[in-house]
Design a protein around this ligand. Structure first.
Ligand code: SF4
Length: 848
């Protein structure tokens, strides 16, 4: 089924697995552990951040998944995981997928991908959905990151490439305006370009509601209320018009739609914009004068501007400003968006999106369908039509979509309104997750497939510049973990479509090139050999003798008339304005030593030392109003849920804004709070603003919440195959359903004051629309020490069960609370440091 690659001992040039800067590294591997040093690649020029430096730690992490996992009781996702063989796991996947499609139709099976997949994997996943499964239901987590900027760039320029110029141009800029971007924390090596610019007299302006590390380096920091960036951009454009700073020659020669935009921004007079945004008129004027007066000026937006209910229009507003000042397509100047995920760029080009085929071709376009179908060797009419966007797909789980295959994504933490998403995941008939760790999403699955990590697979990535680069396999995956490319090829084979798929990444890349030929993201002229020889190749690159395209739009825009399009856009008030109950604005984001949903970075010992716990940021005035001191535990409440954080009291955030990082799940899930209001064009959720209430719940504690490191799943002998019918599903005839968190688990004590999760299987989420009660607890302790088990509700301890040395307890719970739908219950345990033994637990609940 899979071909093992012999172990090699060598140093390989490859790239950091994390963000879109894709810093070059030299990885030495053979005998584990592998080691790395930074490389002098054009993006990082010898720099690395703490995430990159620590990346090899996870390759040999004890929690790596090394064998497929299935449920001990098939169909019962409250039963423990047990290891099984690849053949048994894939047979099960194919049987359940077929059963679901026979029962509910082809579109009842969905696929959810990620921006961390290689180009080859992302391309193959899109093809797998359309050819092997013939489902329209595929999208990916990049919809949560880049889709609004992509939508705006496509509308304005006819093409979406994050940076339409090399990163080196940023270092040459005389003026740089960053909007909702914080590279000092998210991609620190990129700061060398900002430093280079300032060292030669360049000026940096930052727009951000927080005084971030990047903002502190700026000449001027503008701190608008979250959700008002569009108003600010229109206000700046109003000033440019009023001051006669518009590049009329450029506008006339290279754009359309200016008259409508000029008329629309007349209403954005500076005093009005100051009232909306909180940014002083003088600051706005200073930015406009600087941008207009510079030889080379660049405007960069990122998620802070884009993750809004009107994120596409907001990105467009900043594009309008850049076009009016004649920046776009001028060497050394321009507008760009800073891509976040490692392959956020390539991941959105080749068919993971619900509406797209490889090369940015549109699935609804008959000519595009014919071209791609010819490359794939299938009938164009067999290709499904566009499906649902990411959140809409997740929200359809259990209703229209009954089985889901997830690759490289942890939606239980990263999706907005995360409790709702977890409830939808639980409503599925069948969930398959491929990952290298047992993520919060994998914990909910029927089948978990162990995947290879970055250093264990070959392929290409496309960085934030649109530069196609090589990810090189340097060592073998541990145990039986496998590359997702091979997984998809094998699954396709078992589904009867194997002739259309390959497990060889270079073969798949060549096919990707043919499928993208003539498309907007044209890779036809790129080969792995060229990528190796040329330190990457910028797309579009249509032929083998084409040099690639580091700078776009120099002569024309890829629109029908060759001109960029102004689009008039208007500020719209917040979709969820603060009120008496939720008086502040919540905004979410990243911290330097964590990455995305934290599946990897929360397991890194080095990174945990830097950012061990989720901390929200509160202004001193806001904190004083609620009696909150630095390090207190606070509870944030929105209309969707609650989450707890340790307070950082700082004047770096506006007095009316609360910042929370989104890298954690459980009781500190920022996305349990966020709103799934979608942008009407990009279908991106409004992660960056919603109304929130703040309350102090306690003083400093050692650990908030409990650490997320998970013990290795309990290993049992594979259960004999049994008919795969879902069990314990609620029906109208069933009044109540018993639920149990039970089993025998290894216990290693870290101290009686340091409880931690016992096992991922000991977590239960009350289904949406149901309620539950815990009725009894039984426990046994094989150690020579007193231990205790903690019943945790939504991250908050609610019951302690002491168990004496080699003792047992049976505790009927006479005081019980209703646990409403969405409540997460789990069992944690603590023992004196160094204690080892086994714990027997049995928590009985009833679900009504
Ligand atoms: S900046 Fe990004 S790519 Fe570079 S080392 Fe850090 S996480 Fe990795």
């Amino acid at each position: 089924m899979f071909t093992a690659v012999p172990a090699r001992t060598r140093t390989t040039q490859t790239h950091c697995p994390y963000c879109a800067l894709q810093c070059g590294i030299a990885l030495t591997a053979g005998d584990r552990p592998a080691t790395l040093v930074p490389a002098d690649f054009p993006t990082n020029r010898g720099g690395l951040c703490s995430k990159g430096w620590s990346a090899t730690e996870l390759l040999d992490h004890p929690e790596r998944l090394t064998r497929p996992l299935v449920r001990a009781v098939p169909g019962d996702r409250s039963s423990a995981f047990v290891e099984t063989t690849w053949d048994a796991a894939l047979d099960l996947v194919v049987a359940r997928v077929r059963a679901v499609q026979e029962a509910h139709g082809l579109d009842a099976v969905g696929c959810f991908g990620g921006g961390g997949l290689t180009n080859e994997q992302a391309y193959q996943f899109g093809k797998f959905a359309r050819v092997a499964l013939r489902t329209s239901q595929i999208d990916y987590n990049g919809r949560f990151c880049m889709s609004s900027a992509a939508g705006a760039a496509n509308r304005a320029f006819g093409l979406d490439r994050g940076l339409p110029f090399p990163l080196a141009d940023v270092g040459e800029a005389d003026v740089l305006l960053l909007v909702g971007s914080n590279p000092a924390d998210t991609m620190p090596p990129a700061m060398q370009y900002l430093d280079a610019s300032r060292e030669k007299g360049g000026r940096l302006f930052v727009v951000d509601p927080r005084r971030t590390a990047t903002a502190r380096a700026a000449e001027l920091h503008l701190a608008p209320l979250p959700g008002t960036d569009l108003a600010l951009a229109n206000g700046l454009l109003h000033i440019a018009v009023a001051e006669g700073l518009v590049d009329e020659h450029y506008v006339a020669a290279r754009t359309t739609g200016w008259d409508a935009v000029r008329a629309s921004v007349q209403a954005s007079w500076p005093d009005r914009v100051e009232r909306l945004t909180g940014v002083p008129v003088a600051a706005m004027r200073r930015v406009v004068l600087a941008l207009a007066g510079a030889q080379n000026a660049i405007v960069l937006t990122a998620r802070g501007a884009e993750q809004h209910r009107h994120g596409t229009d907001t990105a467009q507003a900043w594009i309008n400003l850049a076009l009016a000042l004649g920046l776009v397509g001028r060497p050394g100047s321009g507008w760009g968006t800073v891509t976040g995920q490692g392959n956020g760029q390539g991941g959105r080009e080749h068919g993971q999106k619900a509406d797209q085929l490889p090369g940015y071709r549109m699935l609804a376009d008959p000519a595009a369908r014919a071209h791609v179908a010819a490359v794939w060797g299938v009938d164009p009419d067999s290709l499904p039509q566009p499906g649902r966007s990411a959140f809409e797909l997740l929200d359809a789980l259990g209703r229209d979509v009954h089985a889901l295959l997830v690759l490289a994504s942890n939606v239980a933490v990263s999706a907005p309104d995360a409790r709702r998403v977890m409830s939808r995941l639980r409503d599925l008939e069948f969930l398959v997750v491929s990952d290298f760790f047992l993520s919060e999403t994998a914990e909910l699955a029927d089948v978990v497939l162990p995947s290879a990590m970055w250093a264990e697979e070959d392929g290409t990535m496309t960085n934030l510049e649109g530069r196609v680069i090589r990810r090189r396999r340097t060592l073998d995956p541990p145990g039986e973990a496998h590359d997702d490319l091979a997984l998809l090829a094998d699954l396709a084979d078992r589904l009867g479509a194997g002739a259309h798929f390959s497990a060889d990444p270079e073969t798949v890349f060549a096919e990707l090139g043919r499928a993208s030929a003539g498309g907007r993201a044209d890779y036809a002229g790129i080969t792995w050999a060229r990528v190796d020889d040329e330190q990457g190749v910028f797309w579009p690159c249509p032929t083998p003798d084409h040099p690639g395209t580091p700078r776009l739009f120099l002569d024309r825009f890829p629109t029908p008339d060759g001109r960029a399009r102004f689009v008039a856009v208007e500020h719209v008030g917040a979709h969820e304005p603060p009120d008496a109950e939720h008086p502040y604005v919540l905004t979410t984001g990243r911290v330097m030593a964590q990455y995305q949903s934290g599946t990897q970075s929360r397991r890194s010992r080095s990174l945990q030392l830097v950012a061990p716990a989720p901390r929200c940021e509160l202004h001193p005035d806001l904190a004083a109003r609620h009696g909150i001191a630095h390090d207190d535990v606070v509870e944030l409440t929105t209309r969707r849920g609650k989450a707890r954080f340790t307070a950082t009291v700082t004047d770096a955030v506006r007095p009316d804004v609360v910042f929370a990082p989104f890298h954690w799940g459980g009781g500190s899930s920022a996305n349990a709070l966020t709103d799934a209001a979608l942008d009407p064009i990009s279908r991106m959720p409004a992660f960056k603003t919603c109304a929130v209430a703040v309350a102090r719940v306690g003083g400093p504690v050692e650990r908030v919440p409990a650490p997320t490191s998970q013990p290795v799943p309990v290993v049992l002998e594979p259960a004999p195959r049994t008919p795969l019918t879902p069990t314990r599903r609620r029906t109208a005839a069933v009044k109540s359903t018993p639920r149990f968190l039970q089993g025998v688990f290894p216990l290693t004590g870290e101290g009686l004051t340091k409880p931690g999760p016992v096992d991922p299987a000991l977590t239960y989420t009350v289904p949406s629309g149901a309620s539950a009660q815990a009725l009894y607890f039984r426990g046994g302790n094989s150690t020579d020490e007193l231990v205790y088990v903690l019943l945790v509700r939504d991250g908050e301890p609610v019951r302690w069960f002491p168990i004496g040395a080699k003792g047992d307890v049976h505790v009927p719970l006479r005081v019980v609370e209703d646990l409403p739908g969405g409540t997460v219950v789990s069992l944690h345990a603590a023992a004196p440091a160094g204690t080892t033994g086994e714990l027997v637990v049995d928590l009985g609940l009833v679900e009504v």
